[in-house]
Design a protein around this ligand. Structure first.
Ligand code: HEM
Length: 128
């Protein structure tokens, strides 16, 4: 990243990611499709892993990789069936969470583009 373009992390900080992950996991519990896909046993831990990953990805401290190693997102999502409906529900829940938390521009557009593209890349149960 260029030195004079502030990272998303610089703009929204740890608190922004913490509030976003919390809002997103609240929505998982309220979404019929996502609630079915996500394991129920350790949602607090999963919320923390998502938060750490996003902090690291968007320019903050690399605690995620210290604890979890290389992200390997496609591999880590392989156990879960991610078709178009799951992908679309995920993106809708994340965008609604960003609105709820009030993520400001330009962070909002950077994050939205990433979430839309990365979630498409994670499709692993596509019916042709
Ligand atoms: C931009 C898109 C996405 C990103 C950045 C993302 C990121 C992550 C991360 C960082 C983890 C934790 C990995 C670890 O164990 O260290 C995770 C777990 C998971 N993700 Fe995603 N994910 C995305 C999209 C999706 C989609 C579309 C689905 C399906 C609806 C999904 C379902 C899951 C599930 C079920 C877990 C396991 C949660 C648990 O540990 O209990 N993800 N994701």
């Amino acid at each position: 990243m260029s030195d004079n373009i502030p990272t998303v992390y610089t703009q929204i900080g740890d608190l922004g990611f913490k509030r976003l992950a919390a809002a997103f996991y609240r929505r998982i519990g309220q979404d019929a499709i996502l609630n079915e896909v996500y394991p129920k046993q350790d949602r607090a831990g999963a919320e923390r892993r998502l938060q750490m990953f996003l902090v690291q990805y968007f320019g903050g401290p690399g605690q995620y990789s210290e604890e979890r190693g290389h992200p390997r997102l496609r591999l880590r999502h392989q156990p879960f069936q991610i078709g178009q409906a799951e992908r679309d529900s995920w993106v809708a829940a994340m965008l609604a969470s960003m609105d709820e938390v009030g993520i400001p521009e330009p962070a909002y557009t950077t994050m939205r583009d990433y979430f839309q593209n990365a979630s498409t890349f994670l499709l692993n149960a596509v019916t042709l």
